[in-house]
Design a protein. Structure first.
Length: 201
């Protein structure tokens, strides 16, 4: 197969709906890194579309994850608004050592429980891998909603796991999106660390 054939096959397998969702999520994360409250306008629509995409791919953990994201994004919008009103900006905070340990233990336990359920009771594709992406993303989204710096470390891990998972499922637009999101997560971490240092200076 020539390079031209590979590109043509890639384009023929692309879903326009997946492409729209990818663009919306990319804009969402870019705005999160900039601590812009407008990220939620793009994020809410993007996760709703991705719920449908993942249902079609039988990635049920990720499908359910999008519904969870809808709820948490609404909560996050509330929290970010409150921070803006009280401080004039979205203030970056950090977890304590005990909170980090409890959080990591919780992620591991959640992966074991959710992966077992998906493996045993559904026809989910790659249930353990999918569960790892889902539970790490759940934790990252919660931390992002309450403006914790550590959310970016979890997003970096979730993005690396996602790149392999979506490539294995042939969701090439989404694979490309998560390569881009990995770069944004690293950039977001640097920006939020800088904002945190400035606030404490």
């Amino acid at each position: 197969m020539t390079s031209f054939d590979i590109v043509r096959q890639f384009l023929s397998e692309m879903s326009p709906v997946e492409g729209i969702a990818a663009v919306l999520i990319a804009i969402n994360v870019w705005l999160v890194a900039r601590r812009s409250i407008w990220n939620y306008a793009f994020g809410i629509v993007g996760v709703a579309i991705y719920g449908w995409v993942f249902f079609g791919a039988k990635l049920y953990s990720d499908m359910l994850l999008q519904f969870f994201f809808l709820v948490v994004q609404c909560y996050g919008l509330q929290q970010w608004r409150r921070s803006q009103v009280e401080s004039g900006e979205v203030v970056v905070e950090r977890l304590g050592n005990r909170e980090r340990f409890v959080g990591l233990a919780g992620i591991v336990a959640a992966v074991v429980v959710w992966g077992s359920l998906m493996h045993r009771f559904t026809d989910a594709s790659l249930p353990w891998w999918d569960a790892s992406v889902a539970m790490t993303s759940v934790s990252a989204q919660i931390l992002m909603s309450v403006r914790k710096l550590e959310n970016w470390w979890l997003w970096i891990v979730a993005n690396i796991l996602s790149i392999g998972l979506y490539a294995a499922k042939g969701l090439w637009i989404t694979t490309g999106l998560y390569v881009f999101l990995l770069g944004l997560a690293i950039w977001g971490l640097v920006r939020w660390q800088s904002a945190r240092h400035e606030a404490s200076a």
